[in-house]
Design a protein around this ligand. Structure first.
Ligand SMILES: [Zn+2]
Length: 282
């Protein structure tokens, strides 16, 4: 699941590689991928790619003449650049942007679900697009100054921090790392945070996301692998010793993902079992 650091590094690398490249053609083999009809994809032919940027977990690819592709990878999508073109039998292909120099920017999606989506919009329509307009402020480089107000609700932090309408860019992986870094319980309600805790949390958001990006800048280059090696210390590390205190990291399983935390660093030694948590959430 690509989150802010993964989408940001992908956007940076693609931007460096593709700015100025001229589009030959664009195809959308994914049946449900393209969510807009006008302007048609053929409008991109002959235009130069101006930039690859990011908003929240979405890519915004700008072209000459004021057109932009908005791309959301959802849970299983990848945006990758290839030196040559995909065979049309590649069932993972959802969108192919072919450049006159032979390269191809390919949106691929793994698994059976087709959830990744693409919109082609006039740049004036970008700000009003519902997916973008409803996003909260970016989590990075500077978390929103009104973080306390945004989180001030009865939901536990592991859920509130992943709500893209409150703060954009954090997902299942990085929320575990951020809360562990801040030594704050994932089950704490945003409304119960004291002012110094909000400061600590904002610092952890800043340092965790910036650290991930620094790591990616130092280690990644094109072509990107299908699965980015994420520098995670807590998420997906349940059962292993905490890097800070040595306590065994605990995990809570939800329907479709697993959250991890350190009982010593974060919950005053309490271990929350799945059953108890599910009751807590009702
Ligand atoms: Zn610990």
């Amino acid at each position: 699941m690509p989150e802010l650091p993964e989408v940001e590094i992908t956007a940076r690398l693609l931007d460096r590689a593709l700015a100025g490249a001229s589009v030959e053609s664009v195809l959308a083999p994914g049946i449900n991928t393209l969510k807009t009809f006008a302007p048609p994809l053929a409008e991109l032919e002959g235009r130069s790619l101006r930039h690859v940027a990011r908003r929240g977990k979405q890519f915004i690819i700008g072209f000459d003449g004021g057109l932009a592709l908005v791309i959301h990878l959802m849970s299983a999508g990848r945006l990758q650049l290839y030196e040559s073109r995909a065979g049309l039998r590649d069932r993972t292909s959802r969108l192919l942007v072919r450049f006159t120099d032979g390269r191809e920017l390919r949106l691929r999606e793994f698994g059976t679900k087709q959830a990744a989506w693409v919109k082609l919009l006039d740049e004036e329509a970008l700000a009003g697009d519902e997916a973008l307009a409803r996003l909260g402020p970016e989590a990075w480089p500077e978390p929103p100054a009104d973080l306390a107000d945004r989180l001030s609700e009865p939901r536990p932090l592991y859920a509130a921090l992943r709500d893209q309408h409150l703060i954009a860019g954090i997902g299942r992986s990085w929320v575990d790392e951020i809360l562990w870094t801040a030594r704050i319980s994932p089950f704490k309600r945003g409304a119960d945070l004291e002012a110094p805790e909000v400061e600590t949390l904002a610092g952890a958001i800043r340092s965790t996301l910036a650290g991930a990006l620094e790591h990616y800048e130092a280690t990644l280059e094109l072509p990107l692998p299908d699965k980015l090696p994420m520098p995670l210390l807590v998420h997906r590390h349940g059962g292993e010793p905490c890097r800070r205190c040595g306590t065994t990291l605990e995990s809570v399983s939800f329907e479709d993902y697993v959250m991890s935390y350190c009982p010593t660093c974060q919950t005053e030694g309490r271990v929350l079992k799945d059953r108890r948590l599910s009751r807590l959430l009702k």
